[in-house]
Design a protein. Sequence first.
Length: 338
Amino acid sequence: MRIAVLMGGTSDERDVSLSSGAQVSQALRDAGHEVVAVDTAHGALTRGEESHLLSSGVHATPPRHADLTRLDESHTVALARDPSLGEVEVFFLALHGGSGEDGTIQALLDVAGVAYTGSDRLGCSLAMDKEVTKRLLRDAGIRTPDWLTGDPTADEVTDALGLPVIVKAANGGSSLRLLLAHDRAELEAALGEARGFDDLVLCERFVRGRELTVGIVGDEALPVGEIIPEHEIFDYQCKYQPGLAQEIFPADIPETLAAHLQELALKVHRALRMRDFSRVDFVVDDGGTAWCLEANALPGMTANSLLPKAAWAAGISFPELCDRIVRFAAARNPERHS
Protein backbone atom coordinates (compact mmCIF):
# COMPACT_ATOMS: atom_id res chain seq x y z
CA MET A 1 0.00 0.00 0.00
CA ARG A 2 0.97 3.65 -0.41
CA ILE A 3 1.06 5.19 3.06
CA ALA A 4 1.67 8.72 4.30
CA VAL A 5 3.13 8.91 7.80
CA LEU A 6 2.10 12.19 9.43
CA MET A 7 4.47 13.50 12.10
CA GLY A 8 5.95 16.60 13.67
CA GLY A 9 3.38 19.37 13.72
CA THR A 10 3.52 22.30 16.12
CA SER A 11 2.74 20.85 19.54
CA ASP A 12 5.32 20.74 22.33
CA GLU A 13 5.55 17.00 21.65
CA ARG A 14 6.95 17.73 18.18
CA ASP A 15 10.34 16.06 18.83
CA VAL A 16 8.71 12.89 20.11
CA SER A 17 6.41 12.81 17.09
CA LEU A 18 9.26 13.23 14.62
CA SER A 19 11.12 10.35 16.24
CA SER A 20 8.00 8.17 16.16
CA GLY A 21 7.22 9.06 12.55
CA ALA A 22 10.72 8.43 11.22
CA GLN A 23 10.87 4.99 12.82
CA VAL A 24 7.34 4.06 11.73
CA SER A 25 8.21 5.09 8.14
CA GLN A 26 11.22 2.78 8.11
CA ALA A 27 9.26 -0.07 9.70
CA LEU A 28 6.49 0.20 7.11
CA ARG A 29 9.04 0.09 4.28
CA ASP A 30 10.51 -3.01 5.92
CA ALA A 31 6.98 -4.48 5.85
CA GLY A 32 6.80 -3.88 2.08
CA HIS A 33 4.83 -0.64 1.84
CA GLU A 34 5.51 2.49 -0.20
CA VAL A 35 5.87 5.36 2.25
CA VAL A 36 5.96 9.15 2.12
CA ALA A 37 6.94 10.81 5.40
CA VAL A 38 5.24 14.15 6.06
CA ASP A 39 5.99 16.78 8.68
CA THR A 40 2.62 18.53 8.91
CA ALA A 41 4.41 21.82 9.62
CA HIS A 42 6.67 21.68 6.55
CA GLY A 43 5.58 19.03 4.05
CA ALA A 44 7.08 15.83 2.68
CA LEU A 45 10.51 14.88 4.00
CA THR A 46 13.44 13.69 1.94
CA ARG A 47 15.08 10.38 2.79
CA GLY A 48 18.08 12.36 4.01
CA GLU A 49 15.89 14.29 6.43
CA GLU A 50 14.37 11.03 7.63
CA SER A 51 17.84 9.58 8.19
CA HIS A 52 18.77 12.62 10.27
CA LEU A 53 15.67 12.14 12.42
CA LEU A 54 16.47 8.46 12.92
CA SER A 55 19.92 9.31 14.24
CA SER A 56 19.07 12.38 16.33
CA GLY A 57 16.55 10.94 18.81
CA VAL A 58 14.49 13.02 21.24
CA HIS A 59 16.08 16.09 22.83
CA ALA A 60 16.38 16.28 26.63
CA THR A 61 13.97 19.23 26.71
CA PRO A 62 10.89 19.91 24.56
CA PRO A 63 10.90 22.61 21.85
CA ARG A 64 10.65 26.21 23.03
CA HIS A 65 7.26 27.87 22.74
CA ALA A 66 8.73 30.60 20.51
CA ASP A 67 10.03 28.02 18.05
CA LEU A 68 6.66 26.29 17.92
CA THR A 69 4.88 29.59 17.40
CA ARG A 70 7.10 30.40 14.40
CA LEU A 71 6.37 26.98 12.93
CA ASP A 72 2.65 27.48 13.46
CA GLU A 73 2.74 30.87 11.76
CA SER A 74 4.75 29.62 8.79
CA HIS A 75 3.04 26.36 7.88
CA THR A 76 0.18 26.22 5.39
CA VAL A 77 -1.10 22.71 6.08
CA ALA A 78 1.11 20.24 4.26
CA LEU A 79 -1.82 17.91 3.71
CA ALA A 80 -3.48 20.39 1.37
CA ARG A 81 -0.49 21.51 -0.68
CA ASP A 82 1.21 18.20 -1.57
CA PRO A 83 -0.41 16.67 -4.66
CA SER A 84 1.30 13.31 -4.12
CA LEU A 85 -0.84 12.73 -1.04
CA GLY A 86 -3.89 12.31 -3.26
CA GLU A 87 -2.60 8.82 -4.14
CA VAL A 88 -2.24 7.75 -0.50
CA GLU A 89 -4.32 4.78 0.61
CA VAL A 90 -3.79 5.11 4.37
CA PHE A 91 -2.56 7.96 6.56
CA PHE A 92 -0.55 6.68 9.51
CA LEU A 93 -0.81 9.20 12.36
CA ALA A 94 2.43 9.43 14.33
CA LEU A 95 1.40 12.80 15.77
CA HIS A 96 1.45 13.53 19.49
CA GLY A 97 -0.23 16.36 21.35
CA GLY A 98 -2.02 19.43 20.02
CA SER A 99 -4.22 19.23 16.94
CA GLY A 100 -2.64 15.91 15.94
CA GLU A 101 -4.01 14.06 18.95
CA ASP A 102 -7.02 16.05 20.13
CA GLY A 103 -9.31 15.04 17.27
CA THR A 104 -8.73 18.04 14.98
CA ILE A 105 -6.75 16.28 12.24
CA GLN A 106 -8.92 13.19 12.63
CA ALA A 107 -11.99 15.32 11.90
CA LEU A 108 -10.33 16.78 8.79
CA LEU A 109 -9.44 13.32 7.50
CA ASP A 110 -12.99 12.15 8.20
CA VAL A 111 -14.34 15.02 6.10
CA ALA A 112 -11.89 14.10 3.33
CA GLY A 113 -13.16 10.52 3.45
CA VAL A 114 -9.69 8.94 3.71
CA ALA A 115 -8.49 6.05 5.83
CA TYR A 116 -6.26 6.84 8.80
CA THR A 117 -4.86 4.90 11.71
CA GLY A 118 -5.94 5.03 15.31
CA SER A 119 -8.90 6.50 17.12
CA ASP A 120 -11.34 8.88 15.46
CA ARG A 121 -12.01 12.43 16.56
CA LEU A 122 -14.23 11.33 19.47
CA GLY A 123 -11.83 8.78 20.90
CA CYS A 124 -8.88 11.16 20.57
CA SER A 125 -10.67 14.08 22.20
CA LEU A 126 -11.94 11.97 25.10
CA ALA A 127 -8.52 10.48 25.84
CA MET A 128 -6.68 13.78 25.35
CA ASP A 129 -8.70 15.61 28.00
CA LYS A 130 -7.54 14.11 31.28
CA GLU A 131 -10.44 15.48 33.30
CA VAL A 132 -13.01 14.07 30.84
CA THR A 133 -11.09 10.77 30.89
CA LYS A 134 -11.25 10.63 34.68
CA ARG A 135 -14.97 11.42 34.76
CA LEU A 136 -15.70 8.65 32.26
CA LEU A 137 -13.50 6.20 34.17
CA ARG A 138 -15.27 7.01 37.42
CA ASP A 139 -18.65 6.53 35.77
CA ALA A 140 -17.47 3.16 34.43
CA GLY A 141 -16.43 2.02 37.91
CA ILE A 142 -12.70 2.20 37.17
CA ARG A 143 -10.61 3.64 40.01
CA THR A 144 -8.69 6.83 39.22
CA PRO A 145 -7.01 9.15 41.75
CA ASP A 146 -9.10 12.06 43.07
CA TRP A 147 -8.51 15.40 41.37
CA LEU A 148 -9.30 19.10 41.16
CA THR A 149 -9.31 21.31 38.07
CA GLY A 150 -9.52 25.00 37.41
CA ASP A 151 -7.51 27.47 39.48
CA PRO A 152 -7.57 26.06 43.03
CA THR A 153 -5.65 27.64 45.87
CA ALA A 154 -2.97 25.70 47.70
CA ASP A 155 -5.33 25.39 50.68
CA GLU A 156 -8.07 23.92 48.49
CA VAL A 157 -5.64 21.41 46.98
CA THR A 158 -4.19 20.25 50.28
CA ASP A 159 -7.61 20.03 51.94
CA ALA A 160 -9.01 17.91 49.11
CA LEU A 161 -6.01 15.87 48.00
CA GLY A 162 -3.32 16.10 50.66
CA LEU A 163 0.43 16.11 50.00
CA PRO A 164 2.37 15.14 47.99
CA VAL A 165 0.23 16.00 44.98
CA ILE A 166 0.62 15.90 41.20
CA VAL A 167 0.12 19.13 39.20
CA LYS A 168 -0.19 18.72 35.43
CA ALA A 169 -1.82 20.00 32.26
CA ALA A 170 -5.25 18.54 31.64
CA ASN A 171 -4.41 18.17 27.94
CA GLY A 172 -1.07 16.83 26.86
CA GLY A 173 1.23 13.85 26.91
CA SER A 174 4.84 12.69 27.10
CA SER A 175 4.77 13.69 30.80
CA LEU A 176 5.28 17.32 29.78
CA ARG A 177 4.38 19.92 32.40
CA LEU A 178 4.13 17.19 35.06
CA LEU A 179 5.15 18.32 38.56
CA LEU A 180 5.17 16.58 41.95
CA ALA A 181 4.78 18.88 44.95
CA HIS A 182 5.90 17.40 48.28
CA ASP A 183 5.13 20.35 50.56
CA ARG A 184 3.30 23.64 50.67
CA ALA A 185 6.18 25.65 49.19
CA GLU A 186 6.58 23.27 46.24
CA LEU A 187 2.82 23.30 45.70
CA GLU A 188 2.69 27.10 45.59
CA ALA A 189 5.54 27.09 43.07
CA ALA A 190 3.92 24.35 40.97
CA LEU A 191 0.58 26.15 40.87
CA GLY A 192 2.34 29.37 39.93
CA GLU A 193 4.14 27.65 37.07
CA ALA A 194 0.98 25.83 35.99
CA ARG A 195 -0.92 29.10 35.69
CA GLY A 196 1.42 29.98 32.83
CA PHE A 197 0.28 26.95 30.84
CA ASP A 198 -2.06 27.61 27.93
CA ASP A 199 -4.25 24.84 29.27
CA LEU A 200 -6.55 23.74 32.08
CA VAL A 201 -4.57 22.70 35.16
CA LEU A 202 -5.32 19.41 36.90
CA CYS A 203 -4.21 18.58 40.45
CA GLU A 204 -4.29 14.88 41.28
CA ARG A 205 -3.81 12.90 44.47
CA PHE A 206 -0.42 11.20 44.35
CA VAL A 207 -0.63 7.43 44.63
CA ARG A 208 2.65 5.79 45.53
CA GLY A 209 3.19 2.34 44.05
CA ARG A 210 4.38 0.38 41.03
CA GLU A 211 3.85 2.01 37.63
CA LEU A 212 2.41 -0.47 35.14
CA THR A 213 1.24 -0.06 31.57
CA VAL A 214 -0.90 -2.08 29.18
CA GLY A 215 -0.90 -1.73 25.41
CA ILE A 216 -3.93 -2.55 23.27
CA VAL A 217 -3.72 -3.65 19.63
CA GLY A 218 -6.98 -4.37 17.89
CA ASP A 219 -9.10 -5.82 20.67
CA GLU A 220 -6.21 -7.59 22.40
CA ALA A 221 -4.39 -6.56 25.56
CA LEU A 222 -0.63 -7.01 25.28
CA PRO A 223 1.67 -8.19 28.09
CA VAL A 224 1.80 -5.81 31.05
CA GLY A 225 4.96 -3.71 31.42
CA GLU A 226 6.49 -2.12 34.50
CA ILE A 227 8.21 1.28 34.50
CA ILE A 228 10.89 1.97 37.12
CA PRO A 229 12.07 5.60 36.67
CA GLU A 230 15.26 7.02 38.15
CA HIS A 231 13.29 10.12 39.17
CA GLU A 232 10.43 9.96 41.63
CA ILE A 233 7.95 10.19 38.75
CA PHE A 234 8.13 9.06 35.12
CA ASP A 235 8.79 12.53 33.70
CA TYR A 236 9.80 13.72 30.21
CA GLN A 237 13.50 13.12 30.81
CA CYS A 238 12.96 9.61 32.17
CA LYS A 239 10.79 8.75 29.19
CA TYR A 240 13.17 9.83 26.46
CA GLN A 241 16.73 9.96 27.77
CA PRO A 242 18.72 6.69 27.86
CA GLY A 243 19.38 5.14 31.24
CA LEU A 244 16.78 7.11 33.22
CA ALA A 245 14.15 4.37 33.41
CA GLN A 246 13.83 0.60 33.35
CA GLU A 247 10.95 -0.63 31.19
CA ILE A 248 10.35 -4.30 31.90
CA PHE A 249 8.18 -6.46 29.60
CA PRO A 250 6.54 -8.61 30.76
CA ALA A 251 6.31 -7.16 34.26
CA ASP A 252 7.32 -9.42 37.15
CA ILE A 253 3.87 -9.51 38.73
CA PRO A 254 1.40 -12.28 39.62
CA GLU A 255 -0.61 -13.65 36.70
CA THR A 256 -3.84 -12.69 38.45
CA LEU A 257 -2.76 -9.04 38.67
CA ALA A 258 -1.60 -9.04 35.04
CA ALA A 259 -4.94 -10.44 33.89
CA HIS A 260 -6.81 -7.87 36.00
CA LEU A 261 -4.84 -4.98 34.52
CA GLN A 262 -5.37 -6.27 30.99
CA GLU A 263 -9.10 -6.51 31.62
CA LEU A 264 -9.16 -2.97 33.04
CA ALA A 265 -7.16 -1.63 30.09
CA LEU A 266 -9.62 -3.08 27.61
CA LYS A 267 -12.46 -1.57 29.63
CA VAL A 268 -10.77 1.84 29.51
CA HIS A 269 -10.06 1.50 25.78
CA ARG A 270 -13.74 0.84 25.11
CA ALA A 271 -15.08 3.44 27.55
CA LEU A 272 -13.07 6.15 25.78
CA ARG A 273 -14.17 4.95 22.31
CA MET A 274 -10.60 4.32 21.19
CA ARG A 275 -9.77 1.98 18.32
CA ASP A 276 -6.87 0.18 16.59
CA PHE A 277 -4.31 0.74 19.34
CA SER A 278 -3.80 2.57 22.61
CA ARG A 279 -1.88 2.43 25.86
CA VAL A 280 -3.36 2.64 29.36
CA ASP A 281 -1.24 3.55 32.39
CA PHE A 282 -1.80 2.41 35.97
CA VAL A 283 -0.25 2.60 39.40
CA VAL A 284 -0.77 -0.32 41.78
CA ASP A 285 -0.52 0.78 45.41
CA ASP A 286 0.97 -1.17 48.30
CA GLY A 287 -2.43 -2.68 49.06
CA GLY A 288 -2.70 -4.11 45.55
CA THR A 289 -5.33 -1.68 44.29
CA ALA A 290 -4.97 -0.59 40.64
CA TRP A 291 -5.55 3.09 39.83
CA CYS A 292 -5.83 4.24 36.22
CA LEU A 293 -3.76 7.36 35.60
CA GLU A 294 -4.52 8.05 31.95
CA ALA A 295 -5.01 6.59 28.49
CA ASN A 296 -3.12 7.40 25.30
CA ALA A 297 -4.96 7.26 21.98
CA LEU A 298 -1.72 7.90 20.04
CA PRO A 299 1.08 6.51 22.22
CA GLY A 300 4.74 6.83 21.32
CA MET A 301 5.69 4.68 18.34
CA THR A 302 9.45 4.56 18.31
CA ALA A 303 10.81 1.02 18.36
CA ASN A 304 11.79 1.61 22.00
CA SER A 305 8.45 3.08 23.08
CA LEU A 306 6.26 1.26 25.56
CA LEU A 307 3.64 -0.05 23.13
CA PRO A 308 6.17 -1.58 20.68
CA LYS A 309 8.03 -3.13 23.63
CA ALA A 310 4.79 -4.72 24.80
CA ALA A 311 4.13 -5.99 21.27
CA TRP A 312 7.65 -7.46 21.12
CA ALA A 313 6.94 -9.30 24.38
CA ALA A 314 3.90 -10.80 22.62
CA GLY A 315 6.05 -11.93 19.68
CA ILE A 316 5.08 -9.04 17.37
CA SER A 317 7.99 -7.25 15.66
CA PHE A 318 7.91 -3.49 15.15
CA PRO A 319 7.33 -3.72 11.36
CA GLU A 320 4.55 -6.26 11.97
CA LEU A 321 2.95 -4.00 14.58
CA CYS A 322 2.95 -1.02 12.20
CA ASP A 323 1.60 -3.19 9.40
CA ARG A 324 -1.25 -4.46 11.58
CA ILE A 325 -2.23 -0.92 12.51
CA VAL A 326 -2.28 0.09 8.83
CA ARG A 327 -4.48 -2.87 7.93
CA PHE A 328 -7.02 -1.99 10.63
CA ALA A 329 -7.40 1.41 8.94
CA ALA A 330 -7.50 -0.02 5.41
CA ALA A 331 -10.29 -2.40 6.39
CA ARG A 332 -12.53 0.56 7.24
CA ASN A 333 -12.24 1.92 3.67
CA PRO A 334 -11.95 -1.22 1.51
CA GLU A 335 -12.94 0.39 -1.78
CA ARG A 336 -9.63 2.31 -1.82
CA HIS A 337 -7.50 -0.79 -1.39
CA SER A 338 -6.79 -3.86 -3.44
